[in-house]
Design a protein around this ligand. Structure first.
Ligand SMILES: *[C@@H]1O[C@H](CO)[C@@H](O)[C@H](O)[C@H]1NC(C)=O
Ligand SMILES: *[C@@H]1O[C@H](CO)[C@@H](O)[C@H](O)[C@H]1NC(C)=O
Ligand SMILES: *[C@@H]1O[C@H](CO)[C@@H](O)[C@H](O)[C@H]1NC(C)=O
Ligand SMILES: *[C@@H]1O[C@H](CO)[C@@H](O)[C@H](O)[C@H]1NC(C)=O
Ligand SMILES: *[C@@H]1O[C@H](CO)[C@@H](O)[C@H](O)[C@H]1NC(C)=O
Length: 222
């Protein structure tokens, strides 16, 4: 277990230690003390597959910025796993682009999103899974609950009941309605507008789309 502590530490430093640290850089910044109301929030949608390297890299290196820079307070983050899965028309099973292990991890991620509404927990767990995936250790996903101090039972119950796969069918149906359809993954949308190849610059797009009064520090620099 101790060997896994660096990941635990890394995530929590990223997620919780950086919130107030940037304020000294610029006196005129307004710290967000409240959350933007649901109607003002910018919808950020990320369509992905669990064993896709560009998706894992985006989730770990780029998406973390919304937690580092307080943007989570103005964003409604929607993670959509199972983005390039399909239903076999021969036997009606669900198939994943990168094979059965990807279907398994997609199920786990769908369960995470279904079991908790807390976006910090959702992101921390999916970050942990994708970190393992990038290292080729995705089969160790069950360790992530322990590392993050989260009780594994509700997530495993969902997974073992097959609900992750059932949710996968809903995601497949949701993805099939995307217009325009995705061209590659990760496919990132701000208020339903695809960023296409500019997806790594999603912070700029989120700031431009935000019309509410609580302008976060990250947006005041743009
Ligand atoms: C279902 O069909 C697909 C091909 O569409 C095949 O790859 C897969 O192995 C089949 N699965 C089962 C359980 O028969
Ligand atoms: C979890 O999934 C069930 C369907 O399996 C659905 O009715 C419920 O609304 C989902 N809950 C969340 C929080 O997504
Ligand atoms: C699985 O989903 C069904 C609804 O589709 C729900 O009634 C049940 O509680 C879920 N089971 C678990 C363990 O999440
Ligand atoms: C989606 O997956 C299929 C194989 O299942 C692959 O042929 C196709 O290129 C993938 N599409 C994208 C946009 O990655
Ligand atoms: C964001 O999505 C919600 C539904 O999930 C919708 O009600 C809201 O209007 C959307 N906001 C914007 C700015 O498009």
């Amino acid at each position: 277990m101790m060997a896994n502590w660096p990941i635990f530490f890394f995530i929590f430093v990223f997620m919780f230690a950086s919130a107030g640290s940037s304020s000294s850089l610029h006196d005129k910044r307004i710290e967000i003390t409240e959350f933007a109301s649901p109607g003002e929030r910018v919808n950020l949608s990320v369509y992905f597959e669990s064993l896709s390297e560009p998706c894992a890299t985006f989730i770990i290196k780029n998406l973390v910025e919304i937690f580092n820079k307080d943007l989570i307070n103005i964003v409604n983050l929607q993670l959509i796993p199972w983005a390039n899965a399909s239903i076999s028309n021969i036997n009606n099973t669900i198939l994943c682009q990168n094979g059965p292990y990807e279907c398994q991890l997609n199920s786990v991620e769908a369960c995470v999103l279904n079991v908790t509404n807390n976006v910090n927990k959702q992101y921390a767990l999916i970050y942990c899974f994708e970190f393992l995936a990038l290292e080729g250790r995705h089969e160790k996903w069950q360790n992530c609950f322990n590392q993050l101090g989260l009780p594994e039972k509700p997530y495993l119950d969902c997974f073992h009941a097959g609900n992750g796969t059932l949710l996968g069918r809903d995601y497949v149906s949701q993805v099939s309605k995307l217009s325009p359809p995705f061209k590659f993954l990760p496919w990132v949308l701000v208020n339903d507008k695809p960023l296409e190849k500019d997806y790594e610059n999603f912070v700029t797009h989120v700031c431009q789309a935000y019309k509410g009064p609580l302008v976060p520090p990250a947006c005041q620099l743009i």
